[in-house]
Design a protein around this ligand. Structure first.
Ligand code: TXA
Ligand code: MG
Length: 317
């Protein structure tokens, strides 16, 4: 596996090549966020449509002024509470942030990742890192170096191995409309936590007037195997008589019928543990040679809302 050191990552990024970086959410495919050519490569490698803007990763809150301006007071409050951490803020961009980063929009997405290795890397660089999740567009996000290797190893991508991602789901994205916070994407930071500071959040829907947002493209995070999300697993299993079934379950194993492969995300029923294990379990299920995957719907609270949102996108046809 092309695991690289911090020094190699620094050198590679300074030469405007790409590197995979660990974060507390998922691994990122990173390049110099101030260099158009580097950012162009990110889109090409991921086969990502150019209309889908990227997140800039910065080293500290002072650096925010280098990329954004006219920052609402409530954005500063959120940054104070949750950075470094799994919260992305969409703010008015400074003019020198390349248009390719923001897909031509006047706003830029920014966050400070909570991972020691990537923070050390950012301190060695004099530019922010543009980084989407390190997976081909539409596939399951990587939460371990081995997942990145599976996707981009053949291309010789250097990977900073920071272990398994702590949170395991993408950052929560908040934008502002006349300083009023709007939830753009459910993520690792439960929306209830944010609402303790902001009060009830308005949810951005895709057919609102603004351009396409976040993991909001409806099919996303998808395994190659056909996947269903269900509250009625026994009935669904019976309807697939004769097929090899893979199950993705919250806490309890399924014992009524033999199945081909089961993944239990948190035997003790903890949503944060389930979130951390979700993508790795989806990667394993995809490799398990099941004919179909059936995922159990999660309790619709806290991170359960985020998990259901990801599963719904994984099961969209
Ligand atoms: O946890 C994460 O956020 C990970 C790690 C690597 O930091 N990154 C990540 O990036 O999930 P990505 O590219 O997979 O998702 C970023 C989302 C995109 O879907 C994009 O639509 C949205 O952020 N976004 C970026 N800039 C935006 C903007 N100016 N307005 C609205 N949405 C924006
Ligand atoms: Mg992604």
């Amino acid at each position: 596996m092309p695991i690289i050191t911090l020094a190699e990552a620094t050198y590679t990024l300074q030469r405007n090549h790409l590197v995979a970086i660990p974060t507390e959410t998922v691994y990122g495919l990173a390049g110099n966020g101030f260099h158009e050519g580097a950012v162009q490569k990110i889109f090409e490698w991921k086969k990502r449509p150019l209309f889908n803007p990227l997140i800039l990763h910065i080293k500290n809150e002072e650096y925010l002024n280098e990329v954004a301006q006219d920052i609402p007071e409530v954005a500063h409050e959120l940054a104070k509470c949750f950075w470094p951490g799994p919260l992305t803020l969409i703010l008015k961009k400074r003019s020198h942030v390349p248009d390719i980063v923001t897909a031509g929009q006047s706003t830029v997405a920014v966050r400070i990742p909570h991972h020691e290795m990537t923070l050390a890397l950012l301190h060695l660089l004099d530019f922010p890192l543009a980084a989407p999740s390190a997976n081909p567009f539409g596939s399951i996000s990587p939460t371990a170096a081995a997942h990145v290797e599976k996707y981009f190893g053949e291309r010789g991508l250097g990977i900073l191995d920071g272990g398994v991602c702590d949170q395991g789901l993408e950052s929560t994205i908040i934008g502002f409309n006349h300083d009023k916070p709007i939830l753009y994407r459910y993520g690792s930071l439960a929306s209830e936590e944010i609402e303790k500071i902001t009060g009830p959040l308005h949810i951005h829907h895709r057919n609102d007037s603004s351009p396409v947002a976040p993991g909001m493209l409806s099919r996303h995070y998808a395994p190659n195997t056909t996947t269903y999300l269900s509250d009625h697993i026994p009935e669904l299993i019976q309807s697939f008589d004769g097929l090899k079934i893979g199950l993705l379950l919250f806490a309890k194993p399924f014992t009524n019928f033999p199945v081909h492969h089961q993944e239990i995300l948190s035997p003790s029923g903890q949503l944060n543990e389930a979130a951390r294990n979700l993508y790795a379990a989806m990667h394993r299920l995809d490799l398990s040679e099941s004919d179909v995957i059936i995922a159990e719907r999660f309790p619709n609270t806290g991170l359960g809302i985020t998990i259901n949102d990801k599963l719904e996108r994984a099961t969209k046809k």
